[in-house]
Structure formats: structure tokens, C-alpha cells
Design a protein around this ligand. Structure first.
Ligand code: ZN
Length: 343
């Protein structure tokens, strides 16, 4: 058993009173502070004070949501250059907290990249639009307009992210701006070919101009089903300048590549002959036809029916005599044309 002396009891009593007094005053101070002040967070961006907010976690959550989702579906992504800094503070109760305003200031400090769509013509971006649907509308109308042209532009859509941009809203005039140069170029091509057809000899300048145009030609075959009855080169009858594809009378003859018809008429030994001028100085001949499906000046696409198999001119049976010429000189058609290139 521990015995406690009267003195000790007295000392404890004094100590307890002091502790109680200190506690009561501390609590009173806290009560007074809480009655007068409130806990807030100062928000700083780049060291600059933006305002007080009542909840740090709510602001942080709101910022995260904004960075993830943005304010509209046109936003591609948002860059917050510097994260806000927070400092705990006690301010008088009447000092306002501005949670919404501070969030707005944080939003304004961000870089917003909008999702837009570029119309790309021959590997060059020519304009921007705000929606994929608008982009498709322009591409469709350009492609419809250039459908019958010999020289087409490659028109594509690519997604872009831009901070500042000028999107076109007049889709029709944007499409027209793209079509204009393609149309002009094709008109020039037709004019060159017509000049060539009219003079019947190829002026060097015309040849040079045609050759200078990019030619990525992949010749198909003029008839889909055939038997080769005479190949290119020396034959008993002389030098054979083309390849003979025998097929039944009236079989459709197809253009082997895109081009412009420069001849659709009777040409002696060739009988009824179609000639197509292609870019890059290439020309194809289709001889011994029974009838034509095109006339001079027509722009044709690979696969288009241009004539029908016959046996006109110097011919012993229905076939299509195909000739491929480059710069006027004949080339073995079998070295260039193949069924794998057919459309
Ligand atoms: Zn022949």
C-alpha cells in the first residue's frame, strides 16, 4: 500500500488546478479563434496569389475533371503548364473564399488544344474544319467533281490538335477552292493532247510537258478473257509493234490506264483504231475494233469500255491489237501490261 502524505496531496491539488486553468484558457482561445477565423487555402499559380478556397481537395478534383474532359467535346487535350500551389491559412470569417473564381483562373492558365480536321490535298494541308462530318463533305464533293478527270488529286482527312485555328465554315467554297487548280490542270492536259491530236506530230514542248507530269501508270489488259495469238517483236510477217489478244467478236475493250482519247477512227491496217494519250508521254493503241464507245477528246478511266473487239483492217480474226508507245516508240505490251493491274 502506498501512503500519500498530506503535503503531496496539497501539491497535486495545486498542479491540477493550474493544468485545468491552462486547458480552459487554451480552449477559450481556440473557441475565440474558431469564432473569428476560418481555415482556408491560398492558391498560387506561378507564385502569384489567385484567391482563397474553402476546399483544396474539391479544387484539385475539379481541375482533374477539367483536364480529363474539358468544357466541350471539341477539346482534344488540355495542358496545365504549372500546377497550382496551396498554402494553409486562417483568415477572418468575413474574408470570402472564391472556389469557382479560382477554378476559372486555373482553367484560364491552361493551354487548350482543340480537335480539328485538316483537308490534305496531294500531301499538303489546305484548310481546317471543326468536324469530321464537314471534312467528309468537302472530300466527297471534291472527289465527285474530279471523277471524270485524267489527273486526280489525292484528298485525305487528318485529325489535328490546334490551340488557335481558323476553321472554314463555308464548305462549298472550300471545296471549290480545292477543285479549281485540279480542273485547270486537267483543262491544260486536254488542250495539250488536243493540240497533239490536231497536228499529228508531237511537238517537243508538248511531249516534255506531258512527260514532266508524274506518271505512276500501271497498265491493265484491254480484254478480260483472251488468248495471245501474236506477241510483240519480229514475226514472219514482219515486226509486230503490239500484242494480239484474241477474244470473241463484240467483247468490250477496256482502257488500260487513265487518259484522253486522241483518235477514234479508221486507220488503214489498224482498221478502227482507238488511241489514248496518258501522262508521262505514254500512249496506247487498240486496233481492229468493230465499233467505238468513245470519241476524240473523251477523258477515260482505266477499265472504261472504249470499243468492241472486231477484225477490221489487216486482221485474220477477231482480236484486240494493243500497242504501248513511249515518246512515240513502241514497247512490248507484255512487259508493262498485266491482268493484275486491272481495276
Ligand atoms: Zn497485232
Amino acid at each position: 500500500m502506498i501512503r500519500v502524505s498530506g503535503k503531496t496531496k496539497q501539491a497535486c491539488g495545486v498542479f491540477g488546478k493550474v493544468v485545468l486553468a491552462v486547458l480552459v484558457s487554451a480552449l477559450s482561445i481556440v473557441a475565440i479563434v474558431l469564432a473569428t477565423y476560418k481555415p482556408v487555402y491560398s492558391v498560387l499559380i506561378d507564385g502569384e496569389f489567385q484567391g482563397y478556397v474553402s476546399s483544396k481537395t474539391k479544387l484539385q478534383d475539379d481541375i482533374e475533371t477539367y483536364l480529363q474532359e474539358g468544357d466541350s467535346d471539341k477539346v482534344g487535350y488540355i495542358l496545365l503548364k504549372t500546377r497550382p500551389e496551396y498554402e494553409f491559412d486562417l483568415v477572418k470569417k468575413d474574408v470570402p473564399t472564391k472556389d469557382d473564381e479560382v477554378l476559372q483562373l486555373v482553367k484560364e492558365s491552361c493551354d487548350i488544344y482543340y480537335r480539328v480536321y485538316a483537308i490534305n490535298v496531294n500531301n499538303k494541308d489546305v484548310c481546317l474544319v471543326e468536324s469530321l462530318q464537314d471534312a467528309q463533305t468537302i472530300v466527297d464533293s471534291v472527289n465527285a467533281a474530279q471523277k471524270s478527270y485524267t489527273k486526280k488529286a489525292t484528298v485525305m482527312i487528318s485529325e489535328k490538335y490546334e490551340k488557335e485555328f481558323n476553321a472554314v465554315t463555308d464548305l462549298k467554297s472550300a471545296a471549290n477552292d480545292i477543285i479549281k487548280p485540279i480542273k485547270d490542270e486537267n483543262a491544260k492536259l486536254v488542250k495539250k493532247v488536243q493540240t497533239y491530236a490536231a497536228t499529228k506530230t508531237v511537238p517537243q514542248s508538248v511531249l516534255d510537258a506531258l512527260k514532266s507530269q508524274s506518271a505512276d501508270l500501271k497498265f491493265g489488259l484491254p480484254v478480260s478473257s483472251y488468248v495471245i495469238t501474236s506477241r510483240y517483236g519480229w514475226r514472219r510477217s514482219g515486226y509486230h509493234t503490239g500484242c494480239d489478244y484474241a477474244a470473241p467478236m463484240g467483247t468490250p475493250i477496256h482502257a488500260t490506264e487513265d487518259g484522253v482519247v486522241t483518235c477514234a477512227e479508221w486507220k488503214g491496217n489498224y482498221g478502227y483504231l482507238v488511241k489514248i494519250q496518258h501522262v508521262g508521254g505514254f500512249e496506247t493503241y487498240y486496233a481492229h475494233c468493230s465499233r467505238f464507245a468513245v470519241s476524240v477528246g473523251d477523258q477515260v478511266k482505266k477499265g472504261d469500255v472504249i470499243a468492241y473487239v472486231g477484225s477490221t483492217g489487216n486482221s485474220t480474226g477477231p482480236h484486240c491489237h494493243l500497242e504501248i508507245r513511249y515518246d512515240g516508240a513502241t514497247i512490248d505490251p507484255e512487259s508493262l501490261a498485266s491482268a493484275s493491274n486491272n481495276v
